[in-house]
Design a binder for this molecule. Structure first.
Ligand SMILES: O=c1ccn([C@@H]2O[C@H](COP(=O)(O)O)[C@@H](O)[C@H]2O)c(=O)[nH]1
Length: 234
């Protein structure tokens, strides 16, 4: 199992609430993620606040635009010193290659760069509405192949595709899996889900977990329970 596989997704509209939770967490137990909501509301200052608390930060902005624009956005994310950032694989090979090239000048300080395949909220039926008439796992595999060809560090996928992707691309290709739900917890808008121990067992490197922790009555207890459920299976 990867060192510190849990990435807590902070989707708050209130910075004080987010910092209250962060101040209860231990950077030795988890990494953090902020996405479009928190970055739009609180910007690079929030990134600094999180870095000052010694957490690795995944800046989940899922860039998807023309290659030149995405390259500049990824470079700006790298300038913030984040641990990981991402683009949409659907932006295509040239876009992903431009993003990767933009990180060359950051050398060893470059963040991990991964690409979103098929959002974990999407089912086969949702894909069919877009004219994609193959099961989600096939489209994930197709986009992961493109991502691998562009020499990115890995993909965002669901844990349901993890076994297939690990056996196809090998151990070094990182699998970052949202749609993680402890047994009995509410799936919400997520479709392709798996429990934390199952996700690790099938090859997920990083488990992105939001509401099962942040909406719990006791978020620290929820995180600790998930952390312990992973330790017992090592
Ligand atoms: O395919 C994807 C890509 C990103 N996400 C993000 O992960 C978290 C999941 O939060 P939960 O509350 O655990 O559902 C959220 O920030 C999404 O933007 C994803 O879910 N699926």
């Amino acid at each position: 199992m990867t060192d510190k596989p849990i990435v807590v997704a902070l989707d708050y509209d209130n910075k004080a609430d987010a910092l209250t939770l962060i101040d209860k967490l231990d950077p030795a137990m988890c990494r953090l993620k902020i996405g479009k909501e928190m970055f739009t509301l609180f910007g690079p200052t929030l990134v600094k606040d999180i870095h000052n608390r010694n957490f690795d930060l995944f800046l989940d902005l899922k860039f998807h635009d023309i290659p030149n624009t995405v390259a500049k956005a990824v470079s700006a994310a790298a300038d913030l010193g984040v641990w990981m950032t991402n683009v949409h694989a659907s932006g295509g090979l040239a876009m992903m290659q431009a993003a990767k090239n933009a990180l060359k000048s950051h050398g060893k300080d470059a963040p991990l760069l991964i690409a979103v395949t098929v959002l974990t909220s999407m089912s086969d039926e949702d894909l069919a509405l877009l004219g994609i008439n193959v099961p989600a796992f096939e489209h994930v595999l197709r986009l992961a192949k493109l991502t691998h060809q562009a020499e990115l560090d890995g993909v965002v996928c669901s844990a349901q595709e993890a076994k297939l992707l690990k056996s196809t691309f090998g151990e070094d290709f990182k699998l970052v899996t949202p749609g993680i739900r402890p047994a009995g917890s509410d799936a919400g808008d997520q479709h392709r889900i798996m429990t934390p121990p199952q996700a690790i067992a099938v090859g997920s490197d990083y488990l992105v977990i939001g509401r099962p922790i942040t909406k719990a009555v006791d978020p620290l207890a929820a995180l600790t329970a998930i952390h312990q459920s992973l330790q017992t299976q090592v």
